[in-house]
Design a protein. Structure first.
Lengths: 592, 249
């Protein structure tokens, strides 16, 4: 059993972590690498050659490719062996999510099937439901979709109007309603549908087969991106659903929906890594071929700056993704030994890390948007041509900030959930925050003699966390229970938390990497530039929040504290970025 | 009937090769290693034959000469579907040495057909397959683009200038194959990856063998010169460049 300290969700705010205790991508086992290679081989052999046709939203083609991925076993990665899957750990699940992320629309369809289309039944289904559906979803014999959103119920999922009434003979629920933005709608065999039974205030969940009479699938939506994935409305007209297809308990639907969203978010955080690596590879290859003024554009500082920044942001996201994956694996194992049910253990562990899930979702989707935007820019006019993959990547990326809970909802979740968990007693936050606030006048950066490179970074990160606590306390003091309605301030705090979590994950990764392989300067360059940027971002976010909650007398004190707590060594970011870009340019492919 | 497929561990074909030790060796830092593409297709065809009950092929073994660090490449071959593997624990230095090691190990195993890729994508020596057949004292057929079985006997297809040649050969023999031997390499399935954990890799110690060649140095091709564009309305300029600069007319 693991003896390492397992932090609770959000606890990173008040705790430090040892580099030795985190998982880093450089530690993937040979088997994990082989599974990732299978995903890459599959994309290369089956998905990429079909991309032009897939982009025309050819439902049958997408269905056929999905089935082939099922034959290879890729749909069974997250499913325990007793239900026809391969029972892989969470790190491996995230690696598969990452690798398939390079598959554009296919990736969306694949992830929807394997995640929200299958896992609600695995996690909340009874033995009979798992046997009837999960075994076939794991092999690709059945394809799945998830139906939560309605015309009047998007971010406010519980506002849905789809209803279910028990039939007179008590054998069926009669479901009526309309769902929209349903991924895989065009070919899914099984639908996880949320509806309210009778006059319930809360949702229940049902497994509805698309072949049941009364299920009507609309035409595919014309979307900005991910055009190859089938997205349509689904209508339920007096659909008779056997009572044994109620998923979980009556009224448990909202909990299921939220838990599944946590899972979707965290996997999206991994999924975008694959898409970003693809866009970086396209960027550097083009920059290494395109000549202007007689030289390759990859030799220009302005292009190097873009390439390096793409790498830095991706590398930081990646570090956070696998850090939390290990935490989830450990908690999952603990829950499994406690409750015995692998499905419930898995979803409870994933749901526990709700703060980190929201961080990975927001940070990852915005990282990808940055990377594809710069990819188009590096391609210049060609990037605007529909002939180039980066044009598609640019459009495909945009949805990530919208689905699985908008980034606006998720930002609020980051700060709100952390506070709620602390209030629940998961960790001590408020007392510490109050103490720091009371000592504002005497706060310093804490610099000490004899600091090493890593201990200095550790101090920076501890200072960043102190600044977050100060802002939390200050805003709670000012707005009290109304803080939740001060969404701008909640966002300031969320942004500080996100940047700090990513920087800390990156610092821990470099620390561990150096114990494994020795010091490699270019990785320190990545960390140095990241810490440098985070310090500035944090100071701005902190002062934005402070100006909203503090009195004019307090503001100078807070500004001084923000200055102390974000003081880091000067970094020649220009030279550091050039060195990072030079490695990418030399390798001609992302190999960090 | 048993088939042995020889596999080589080579840098991924997209690798940017760098040199070390004064340009007399390859800098292997950061290289991702893969099964030599010709060997991967050979393995795919061998597995197709094994999976066809009418072929009479019962087992496919992969054989590799290389250090322990090449085990992931062997595991990949097992994940793709090979039944077992043999590895000669050595550091291959040239074709003669490599063929000596493989022939000695294969000779101790039961086999009917040995399949080798016509070349490896790293050093492209195109010599190992022929040498193995010589060391084993059995016939070889080179430039093989198809292998099928008829009544328990192999029928070989070779692409030759202006047509195709069918060859019948007695067992055992060495097939030295081209890329057309299979359409696409087989992808390792999840089941295959899981099964590869428990498949046997038999280890052989190297036999005494000479290394007959020594690499004096590598060099990269000269970088391509910049492309010059000529105005389509100025053919005289084109002729001048071809005559005086390119010196081709």
């Amino acid at each position: 059993m693991e003896s390492r300290k397992l932090l609770k969700s959000g606890e990173f705010l008040v705790s430090s972590t040892d580099a030795a205790d985190i998982f880093i991508p450089e530690e993937f086992s040979e088997e994990q690498k082989m599974i990732a290679q299978t995903c890459r081989d599959f994309l290369e052999a089956e998905v990429m050659p079909a991309m032009t046709d897939l982009e025309k939203c050819d439902r049958e083609l997408m269905k056929a490719i999905l089935k082939k991925s099922g034959e290879l076993g890729l749909m069974g990665i997250s499913i325990p062996e007793e239900y026809g899957g391969f029972g892989q750990d969470f790190i491996t699940q995230m690696l598969v999510a990452e690798t398939t992320g390079a598959g554009a629309s296919f990736s969306v369809a694949f992830m929807a099937h394997c995640g929200i289309g299958t896992l609600p039944i695995m996690y909340y289904g009874n033995e009979d439901q798992r046997r009837r559906y999960v075994t076939k979803l794991a092999s690709g014999e059945l394809l799945g979709a998830y139906c939560l959103t309605e015309p009047g119920a998007g971010s406010d999922a519980n506002a849905g109007k789809t209803g279910a009434k028990l039939s007179d003979d008590g054998k069926h629920y009669i479901v009526n309603g309309q769902k929209m933005w349903i991924t895989n709608a065009g070919f899914a065999d099984t639908l996880v549908v949320f509806a309210k039974i009778d006059n319930d205030r809360v949702l229940s969940a049902f497994i509805i087969e698309s072949a049941y009479p009364g299920v009507v699938i609309g035409p595919d939506e014309h979307k900005m991106g991910i055009k190859g994935s089938s997205t349509a409305q689904i209508y339920f007209n007096d659909v008779k659903v056997p009572v044994e297809n109620l998923l979980g308990k009556r009224g448990e639907g909202f909990r299921i929906a939220l838990s599944i969203l946590h899972m979707g978010r965290i996997k999206l955080g991994a999924n975008v890594l694959g898409a970003a690596k693809e866009a970086i590879n396209d960027s550097v290859k083009y920059a290494n071929e395109r000549k202007q003024f007689g030289v390759l554009i990859s030799s220009f500082g302005a292009i190097k700056n873009k390439l390096a920044e793409q790498v830095i942001r991706l590398y930081a996201s990646e570090s956070a993704v696998y850090r939390v994956s290990r935490d989830i694996d450990d908690l999952m194992n603990r829950y499994k030994s406690e409750c015995g049910d692998k499905g419930r253990a898995a979803i409870d562990a994933i749901s526990h890390y709700a703060v980190e899930a929201a961080i990975l979702k927001v940070a990852g989707s915005e990282m990808l948007d940055f990377v594809v935007d710069e990819a188009v820019q590096i391609h210049g006019g060609m990037g605007y041509s529909a002939e180039m993959d980066v044009e598609r990547a640019y459009r495909d990326s945009r949805i990530n900030r919208i689905f699985e809970g908008t980034n606006e909802i998720n930002r609020l979740l980051v700060s709100d959930t952390a506070m709620k968990r602390a209030m629940k007693g998961d960790f001590e936050l408020f007392g510490e925050a109050e103490k720091l606030y009371a000592g504002l006048e005497s706060l310093t950066d804490g610099k000490a003699n004899g600091e090493t490179y890593h201990s200095e970074n550790k101090r920076y990160l501890a200072n960043f966390k102190k600044l977050i606590l100060i802002c939390l306390h200050g805003s709670l003091k000012k707005f009290e229970k109304g803080l939740a309605h001060e969404q701008e301030v909640m966002n300031n705090i969320a942004n500080m938390m996100m940047e700090t979590y990513l920087s800390e994950s990156l610092a821990l990764r470099i620390g561990k990497l150096e114990t494994l392989r020795g010091e490699v300067p270019v990785y320190r360059d990545i960390l140095n530039v990241n810490i440098w940027e985070t310090s500035y971002l944090l100071r701005k976010e902190a002062m934005d929040a402070a100006c909203a909650f503090a009195s004019p007398e307090q503001l100078p004190l807070l500004a001084r504290a923000a200055g102390e707590l974000t003081r880091v060594n000067f970094v020649n970011a220009k030279d550091a970025r050039r060195r990072i870009a030079d490695k990418l340019i030399e390798d001609n492919i992302y190999k960090f | 009937m048993n088939i042995v497929v020889c596999i080589s561990n080579v840098p991924d074909t997209t690798t940017r090769i760098k040199f070390a030790e004064g340009s007399s060796a390859i800098d292997t830092a950061g290289i991702q290693w893969v099964i030599n593409p010709w060997d991967e297709l050979s393995l795919t065809r061998a597995l197709e034959l094994r999976d066809d009950p009418s072929s009479g092929v019962k087992k496919v073994t992969v054989a590799h000469a290389g250090p322990a660090s090449s085990e992931p490449t062997i595991r990949k071959a097992l994940a793709i579907g090979a039944d077992d593997a043999i590895r000669v624990n050595c550091t291959p230095s040239d074709a003669y040495y490599t063929a000596s090691q493989l022939a000695a190990a294969i000779g101790k195993e039961g086999f009917d057909i040995v399949i080798c890729g016509i070349e490896s994508s790293d050093f492209n020596g195109s010599a190992v397959g022929g040498m193995i057949s010589e060391f084993l004292g059995i016939p070889s057929v080179s430039s093989v683009s198809g292998i099928s079985m008829e009544n328990g006997m192999p029928v070989i297809t070779r692409e030759i200038d202006g047509g195709r040649e069918s060859v019948k050969v007695t067992l055992p023999f060495v097939a030295i194959v081209q890329k057309g031997i299979a359409k696409e390499p087989r992808i390792a399935s999840m089941r295959g990856i899981m099964a590869a954990r428990t498949k046997a890799v038999r280890l052989y110690e190297p036999v005494d063998a000479d290394c007959l060649t020594e690499i004096a140095g590598f060099e990269k091709p000269a970088p391509r010169a910049a492309c010059k564009y000529v105005d389509p309305d100025d053919p005289g300029k084109l002729i001048e460049l071809l005559q005086n600069e390119a010196k081709v007319i």
